[in-house]
Design a protein around this ligand. Structure first.
Ligand code: NDP
Length: 331
C-alpha cells in the first residue's frame, strides 16, 4: 500500500499534528509516457504554512483533504517515459506520497555523483538560490560593509552569511539558541552571532555587534527582531525581505513601529522578493554555488529526520527552531 499525507484542517496559529492526516491507497501503476517515483527526500519549508491558509497569495492555497506538496527528491523505479530510466533521481515540487506517478513534466534530473542528493533541496536548490539571489540582487554586498542576517541558523541564513563573507562583509547573525550562535561563528564563518531569545535589549546588542551600523539587513523573520535591526541601519541600507516566519502563525495583524520615517531618512531600499520570480537567474546562480561548494568556499548543514510519517512533525519543528541549516525528511 502507498501512504499519502493530506491537509486535514487549516491550522489556527501554530500547526499541530491534528491538522494532517495519513491515508493509504493501492500502489499506483504508470501508463505510457509516465514514470513511477519513489520519494527519497522531502523538504519541509516555512512558506508551506502560508499555503495552508485559505487566502489568495503568490501561490495557490493547499486544498483540504488533498495531498500537501513540497520540494522532493525521488527515484524513478519504473519508467514508461522515453526521457527517464529506472534508477534516475529527479527533483520537483511533488506530493507528500511515498510513491507517485508523474508524466515527466517539470522533473529535473539530479546527479548523485555531482553532489549529495539532499543538497538539491537545500544549498543547490530553492534555499541556496534564495540566499544567493536575495543577497546579490537586492542586498548588493560590498567589501567592508556590515550585513545582518535574521533566521541565520536556517537553510537560507547559513548560506547568506557565508556569501556575505566571500564579498568582504562583516556578518552578524541572529538566531534562537546558544548552540546555533556557536555554529554560526565556528562552521559558517560569521563574525558574530546573537541569541535573540536571551539578548536583554536586542537593539543595543545589534548596535554593539555592528559598530559601523548596518548596511544590509537580510530579513528572514520580520516582527520585533526586524524592528531592532531597522533601528540600526545606515544611510543607503539595502533590506531584502525574504521571509517573515515570526508572523506566519499570527492570527491577528501585528502593529509595529511605522517604518516610513526610517526608510526615508536613511534613503534605504526595502524590497521583498519571491524566488520563483527570478527563474531566469537560476542557472548562473547554481553554477556559482556549485563552484563555491566544490572549492570549499561555502558549506552547509542539514537536520535529517527519518520516516515518511514524521514529515508533519518536522514541518512543525521549524517554528520551534529545531533545525540547524536545512530541515529534510529522509524516507
Ligand atoms: P528554515 O526552515 O531553515 O529555518 C527557520 C528558522 O526560523 C527556524 O530554525 C528558527 O530558528 C527560525 N524561527 C522560527 N520561528 C521564529 C520566530 N517566531 N522568530 C524568529 N525566528 C524564528 O528556514 P529557511 O531558511 O528555509 O527560510 C527562512 C525564511 O525565508 C522563511 O521566512 C521562509 O519563509 C523564507 N523564504 C523565502 C523565500 C522567498 O522566495 N522569498 C524562499 C525560501 C524561504 P531560530 O532557532 O533561530 O529561532
Amino acid at each position: 500500500m502507498n501512504k499519502i499525507i493530506l491537509l486535514k484542517n487549516r491550522p489556527h496559529g501554530k500547526p499541530t499534528l491534528d491538522d494532517f492526516k495519513i491515508i493509504t491507497e493501492e500502489m499506483p501503476a504508470p501508463k505510457d509516457n509516465e514514470v513511477l517515483l519513489k520519494t527519497v527526500y522531502v523538504s519541509v519549508d516555512p512558506y508551506l504554512r502560508g499555503r495552508m491558509n485559505a487566502v489568495k497569495s503568490y501561490i495557490p492555497a493547499f486544498e483540504l483533504n488533498k495531498p500537501i506538496q513540497s520540494g522532493i527528491i525521488a527515484e524513478v523505479i519504473e519508467s514508461k517515459h522515453a526521457d527517464f530510466k529506472k534508477g534516475d533521481f529527479v527533483s520537483n515540487n511533488l506530493a507528500w506520497k511515498e510513491y507517485q506517478i508523474s508524466d515527466g513534466k517539470n522533473l529535473i534530473k539530479v546527479n548523485k555523483a555531482d553532489a549529495k542528493l539532499s543538497s538539491y533541496l537545500g544549498i543547490l536548490g530553492m534555499t541556496g538560490l534564495t540566499a544567493y539571489l536575495g543577497l546579490m540582487e537586492i542586498g548588493l554586498p560590498k567589501n567592508g560593509e556590515t550585513l545582518v542576517v535574521s533566521g541565520a541558523g536556517g537553510a537560507v541564513g547559513t548560506v547568506v552569511g557565508q556569501i556575505g563573507k566571500l564579498h568582504g562583509c562583516r556578518v552578524v547573525g541572529l538566531t534562537g539558541s546558544d548552540e546555533k550562535v556557536s555554529l554560526l561563528t565556528s562552521k559558517f564563518n560569521f563574525d558574530h552571532a546573537i541569541n535573540y531569545k536571551t539578548a536583554k535589549n536586542l537593539k543595543d546588542a545589534i548596535k554593539t555587534a555592528c559598530p559601523n551600523g548596518v548596511d544590509i539587513y537580510f530579513d528572514n523573520v520580520g516582527g520585533e527582531i526586524s524592528d531592532a535591526v531597522l533601528a540600526n541601519i545606515n544611510k543607503y541600507a539595502r533590506l531584502p525581505v525574504c521571509g517573515a516566519i515570526s508572523l506566519y502563525n499570527e492570527t491577528e495583524i501585528q502593529l509595529g513601529p511605522r517604518l516610513q520615517p526610517i526608510i526615508l531618512t536613511k534613503s534605504a531600499t526595502m524590497r521583498g522578493f519571491i524566488i520563483g520570480d527570478l527563474k531566469e537567474k537560476f542557472p548562473a546562480a547554481i553554477k556559482q554555488l556549485s563552484a563555491w561548494l566544490k572549492d570549499d568556499k561555502i558549506t552547509f548543514s542539514e537536520t535529517l529526520v527519518k520516516g515518511f510519517d514524521n514529515i508533519p512533525q518536522a514541518f512543525i519543528d521549524l517554528f520551534d527552531g529545531k533545525n540547524k541549516g536545512k530541515m529534510i525528511v529522509e524516507i
